[in-house]
Design a protein around this ligand. Sequence first.
Ligand SMILES: [Fe+2]
Ligand SMILES: [Fe+2]
Length: 292
Amino acid sequence: MNPMGHDIVQRDVTVRRVDFGFDEHRIQHHFANGDPVMSHLLAMLSGLFPAGEDFFVRSVRAYRNEITDPELKRQVRGFIGQEAIHGREHRHLNECLAALGYPTGAIDRFVNWQFRLSERLPGRSRRLAVTAALEHYTATLAEVLLTDERARTMVDPEIRNLLLWHALEESEHKAVAFDVYRHVSGNDRVRCLVMNTTTVGFVGVTVVWTAASLARDPATWRHPVRVLRSLAGVRRSPWLTAAVWHRLRDYNRPGFHPDQHDSTAVLEQWKATLFGDDGVLADQLDPPAVAS
Ligand SMILES: [Fe+2]
Ligand SMILES: [Fe+2]
């Protein structure tokens, strides 16, 4: 039990050193099934992950000497290890996407600048609350990918596998930053306030950077009707359903905890599919996975 009176649930946060071999010559320009808007949206998300994940790690690590619960300490080590490897592999993908004309380098510099700027302001627990809020976003979107076949339409199998591996681990560690926040602060009013401001920032960054990325793609201007059709199709995206929105907003309910969205069965299924004996990524692990 932590000092705020909450039990820390035991969970596996396994660090898997997966090594992907991206090759820009093998990746179709609009790699999300030929859909321009989804391709730019996914490239933008990949662009912001490494700097974002570095920030998450710094925010959680800032409290590592204050975490007394041994189970939570172990999970924090797993969280830091997982996020570090996500950042590394997304950087590899982002280099390929940059070679295909996506502005992943500019997105990375912008996000890094934003987070570094926020770290100059006082408020260590606010940064942790931002991390917990964004981890709720990543886990929710990850679980859409893991549970909705329509979300897994990426043509390039290597990109699909990267996103599935990342999604699996986001779901595995979805409560770690939240539990650290409860452990060291637990202020629910601040947590919800920060979620609201983070939502404005995250949605704003996503829309502006996806639009900018599309605008500098020559294919957008060569095939405007295709882009308009793709834009109209966004309404049918599995990531933009009312259920996803309600689940995101659930975070602001008093007494919310990420484990209330039970993902045990889906995690077991994807662990076996990706890393079981015949798992599609089992031979890309180097060295074999380490349970934290
Ligand atoms: Fe991650
Ligand atoms: Fe994460």
